[in-house]
Design a protein around this ligand. Sequence first.
Ligand SMILES: Cc1cc2nc3c(=O)[nH]c(=O)nc-3n(C[C@H](O)[C@H](O)[C@H](O)COP(=O)(O)O)c2cc1C
Length: 198
Amino acid sequence: MEKNTYKLVVLVGSVREGRFGPVVSSWVAEQALAHGGFEVEVVDLAEFELPLALPAAPPKFAGADYPRPAGMAGLTRALDGADAVLIVTPEYNHSYPASLKAAIDWHFTQWTAKPVAFVSYGGAAGGRHAVLHLENVLTELHAVTIRDGLSFPNYFTAWTDGRPDDPQAAGYAKAMLDQLVWWAGALKNARAAAPYPA
Ligand SMILES: Cc1cc2nc3c(=O)[nH]c(=O)nc-3n(C[C@H](O)[C@H](O)[C@H](O)COP(=O)(O)O)c2cc1C
């Protein structure tokens, strides 16, 4: 495998004022760059227009003509070009934030036959409820979810100076990224070989 072959989008899922998401995302992006298998782009949902009101037709049928707001174009472009996506999500009320749901719902083909991995954080459950819901939703969009991920319970006592205290965290990240790069390659080849039947 060539170095930096696959385009990875690290998606910052929370847009809340004072959010912790960018801290986790920066560290995750650093791990992904060090891994060597990816070109890494951090895509922060806070930088895009993400209205809750959707157009009349679902994006599944509208294809490239889907009438998205101009302020969403950068997000759509990044998802279009991605070979893999790594979602960084907190847990809000035992699920993931509305910002992420909006970003998912405004797109469809951008997720199809692509691998998606997860890094979560939160209170006692470490954001695992959010990841379980994301796995369920992304399956509907024909994405392939990666089994291994990272979860940071009680992150407010588990991170120092922008890095997790757990010395094993980098190893867990590598395991996840190894699986993600394998799927990125397998699915990129498969998408090139034949149109996905959806
Ligand atoms: C609306 C809301 C609901 C929350 N619900 C949960 C929850 O169900 N489980 C949990 O572990 N943490 C919950 N939290 C705490 C978040 O995990 C914590 O605030 C975290 O910092 C949010 O990520 P962010 O800072 O990137 O927005 C909630 C926070 C908010 C704002």
